[in-house]
Design a protein around this ligand. Structure first.
Ligand code: SF4
Ligand code: SF4
Length: 477
């Protein structure tokens, strides 16, 4: 039997983890992590999620809806497409709301389920752990062999294996870089960069080279450092998590005091046999038994490893599991807290606003302004005209032949230098026109007017401006 104060002493000994980083040696050098290949129920599920992710990532740029890519983030031209909806500079407030909703959703999700996103959906982890790490196992061997090879002097075997490993890394990085770039410029443009002489696409070619170099560096050298030290989302865990959050957690009540496995009676000892398997599989090199740590990406590799040990030693599974600190410490199950309710309510409001804005969005949008620095012009004896500039954006993939008509006034519109406004798909056009109004229709010196924009019989938009004129004599009298 172990006395209660001895239990506390054993627990305190493990607190030294706070004094150092898991990936830095005592003398301040990088400590390379060679995690054991995970296996188990959670790893199989994660592999399925990864395959689904790869299928999406590599095929989405090729999916076009009504002539448009499903997703496009063209920062250079200020054009963004989400789920086939194009967002132009006029729509940036909708785009901004979508971004806000995304951030809020992540905060809500993190508060409820911790860093689950990192281990299961984040492209960094999915590529690192489920693709590049597999290359390591394939080319270099298991964790032990990788460690030995890493420490050994350069010899023909090491050169051969590392060359092969980094060669595959480079090819994968090149493929990922091309796909990644296609989300910004579209596959058609990417096809031109790849298929035409380099000289015609210096910018695009440079982007491919830079992206390939960045991905190669991230997966070959930075690796887990991206999750543990660079990613700002990881740094936010401290404020987003609370004791109600369900995360990958070690049941210290059940596991402590840990002791090496011995067959037979282990009365007074915890279920943890201190085999270190949960640490060996951890891709960020931490010991989950030390409690919640920012470095944990909730990849569940330690759950699989520990469940395997529990099964082998005839103890119940779930010593490491998805659970909350509240439940482990005091048996309080997960609750939909006021914080979660607050996040959900705001998220709901944002989603309703986004849907409403998307549904009422105009296919032809733009700005209408009276030409600056000009007053009104006399037109014959009975009319006054004002000059206007209109800038229009066709947000659709259709051709339009637009007609401008008075909406809330009697008068006529006269285009300058053109007889019609033709718009090609996703085109932006400008036009100049006169509004000509009979004097007896002018009631104020500065009158609000509205102009309807028609395509055939369909009203596409109505725009407002002001009309300057002398006050009508009839109204003056
Ligand atoms: S502690 Fe467990 S869940 Fe967290 S990163 Fe390490 S192996 Fe993954
Ligand atoms: S794998 Fe389980 S039993 Fe082994 S050290 Fe980790 S928590 Fe303890």
């Amino acid at each position: 039997m172990i006395a209660e104060n001895d239990k506390e002493h054993i627990w305190d000994e493990h607190d030294s983890f706070r004094d150092h980083l898991s990936t830095v040696t005592e003398d301040g050098k990088r400590k390379w992590i060679y995690p054991t290949k995970p296996k188990g129920k959670w790893f199989r599920s994660r592999s399925m999620v990864a395959i689904f992710f790869y299928a999406l990532f590599f095929t989405l740029p090729f999916i076009y809806v009504n002539g448009r890519p499903l997703f496009l983030f063209n920062f250079l031209e200020g054009k963004f497409i989400l789920f086939g909806f194009a967002f132009w500079p006029q729509d940036f407030f909708i785009f901004g709301l979508i971004m806000m909703a995304g951030i809020l959703f992540i905060a809500l999700f993190t508060n409820a389920f911790g860093r689950l996103f990192c281990g299961w959906v984040c492209p960094q982890t999915i590529f690192m752990e489920m693709l590049f790490r597999r290359v390591d196992y394939l080319v270099l061997g298991d964790a032990q062999k990788q460690r030995l090879l890493g420490k050994s002097a350069w010899n023909s075997e090491k050169i051969r294996k590392y060359t092969l490993r980094y060669g595959i890394y480079f090819i994968l990085s090149f493929i990922i870089a091309n796909t990644f770039l296609s989300y910004f410029i579209g596959v058609k443009e990417l096809g031109k960069i790849v298929g035409e002489p380099v000289g015609m696409h210096i910018g695009g070619f440079s982007a491919i080279v830079i992206f390939t170099a960045v991905f190669f560096s991230v997966y070959a050298f930075l690796r887990e450092q991206v999750c543990t030290n660079i990613c700002p989302y990881g740094r936010l865990q401290g404020v987003l998590l609370d004791k109600n959050s369900v995360i990958v957690a070690y049941d210290y009540k059940r596991g402590e005091p840990r002791a090496k496995y011995k067959k037979g009676d282990y009365a007074g000892l915890g279920d943890c046999i201190d085999c270190n398997q949960c640490v060996n599989v951890c891709p960020t090199g931490i010991d989950i038994r030390n409690g919640t740590q920012l470095e944990c990406v909730n990849c569940t590799a330690c759950i699989d490893a520990c469940n395997f040990i529990m099964e082998k030693t005839g103890r119940p599974k779930g010593l490491i599991r998805f659970d909350s600190e509240n439940n482990i410490a005091d048996g309080i199950p997960f609750r939909f807290t006021a914080k979660l309710k607050g996040y959900s309510a705001v998220l709901l409001v944002l989603l309703v606003a986004i849907v409403a804005l998307l549904l009422t969005r105009k296919n032809v949008d733009g700005t209408l302004m009276r030409t600056s620095g000009m007053l009104y012009q006399e037109r014959g004896t009975d009319s006054i005209s004002n000059l206007y500039n209109i800038k229009l954006t066709n947000k659709t993939m259709h051709n339009f032949l637009l007609d401008l008509k008075p909406s809330n006034f009697k008068g006529r519109l006269e285009l300058v230098g053109q007889s019609e406004i033709r718009m090609l798909p996703e085109e932006q056009v400008s036009a100049t026109f006169f509004v000509i109004m009979p004097k007896n229709e002018i009631h104020e010196r500065k009158q609000k007017i509205k102009v309807d924009i028609f395509n055939k019989n369909e009203r596409m938009n109505t725009m407002s401006s002001t009309f300057l004129g002398p006050v009508s004599r009839t109204d003056d009298e």
